[in-house]
Ligand binder design. Sequence first.
Ligand code: ATP
Ligand code: MG
Length: 431
Amino acid sequence: MEFQPIASLLHESQHEKKVRVRGWVHRKRSSGGVAFIVIRDASGIIQVAVKKDRVSDESMRAAEEALMEAHVETEGIVQKDRRAPGGFEMRALDFRIRHSAKPFPISRDKSTEFLLDIRHLWIRSQQQTHVMKVKAQMLESIRLLFKKKGYFETTPPIIVSGACEGGSTLFTFDYFGKKAFLSQSAQLYLEALIYSLEKVYAITPSFRAEKSRTVRHLAEYWHVEGEEAYMDLDGLLKFEEELVTFVCHDLAKKSSEELRALGRDPAELLKVKTPFKRLRYNDAVELLREKGSHIKEGHDLGAEEERLLTEKEAQPIFVTHFPKKIKAFYMSEDPEDSKTVLCNDCLAPEGYGEIIGGSQREDDVKKLEARLRTEGQNPNNYEWYLDLRRYGSVPHSGFGLGAERLLRWIAKLEHIRDTVPFPRVINRSYP
Ligand code: ATP
Ligand code: MG
């Protein structure tokens, strides 16, 4: 008999059917000659009742000896049972341990640091499993939307020789005797690719040496970046809001069970709709002051400001037209105000804050060179990038979305480290 995925057994149609299951011992308790063993596989969990008078002595002994996380196989009859978790139970006819387990180190009341040290085991938890399933679906939904919009997926490099988002968070390493960096963003390379493909995206790891510990910064995260020829800031905002809305709706439909288990009502995601509220930086500053913030004119929005702006919102908002001097060199100057740039941050609601940064890109070589110099950079290191403005340049725009930032909001998670199986932060690169 074939092994069946556990989730496929949790249906009326399976009542009284004889089935075979394999998985790991998720929980266990014994009472009066019956061992109740909850088994987990990738699809779900089911309670198996192993009862003395229904199985061989050998099976009964195995059930009694099986520790949490042992790998087991069982054959039995599915029973509808309201008392069982999930509404169904398996009455075992046979039970065997395929690989035993040592006493599992995870129990209630373990410290977060301890749990992070044994992350390779902690990721077996139901909570982590739900998160990883939602993440897999989220990446699939993102790719689906890009495909619908006629984008090509591309594979930009991770090893790079220049900064994209400022030197302070660059990871440096030795590249055959020369200094090289881990990519902070694929953007500059995506810009190069629009001259042949016009609409491109990439989903790559980005690296930032974030020295302060926050609930929304990782040293290694997955970056979803898109770049489109002929697109202006207005087109960019429309694309971003369509992408976020599509992903919310798709996940509400395809990952509803996991989302509910994580505390996110899918109905809230279905309510997300375009257009998102648009707020210019200057108006955002004014609004913040009304809300009691002491933000200084010309300063970037920090986590606290983003929280104030979004805590009462039910869906993301845009802040646009930031001051030039706090934004990256490649952002296009606003033709109506040379002190600002044509850019946007997309902020997730409920206080979660920035999930996307985007901009129309500067087309003028002279302005790019000047901006690099003001940033203390040598334009010679960006010759290849400046070349893009020397051969048939076209207006274009693009954005970078932090996959883990989006997931943190959608799955209603407190800390960004719970959106990745093996988080990388300042004090941790193990396991
Ligand atoms: P922040 O101000 O929050 O540090 P940023 O302005 O540095 O963000 P960008 O350089 O615009 O961010 O990067 C694009 C997107 O990548 C951000 O909107 C965010 O979603 C994501 N992102 C940036 N840094 C991190 C990080 N350290 N960990 C996880 N995601 C990040
Ligand atoms: Mg940053």
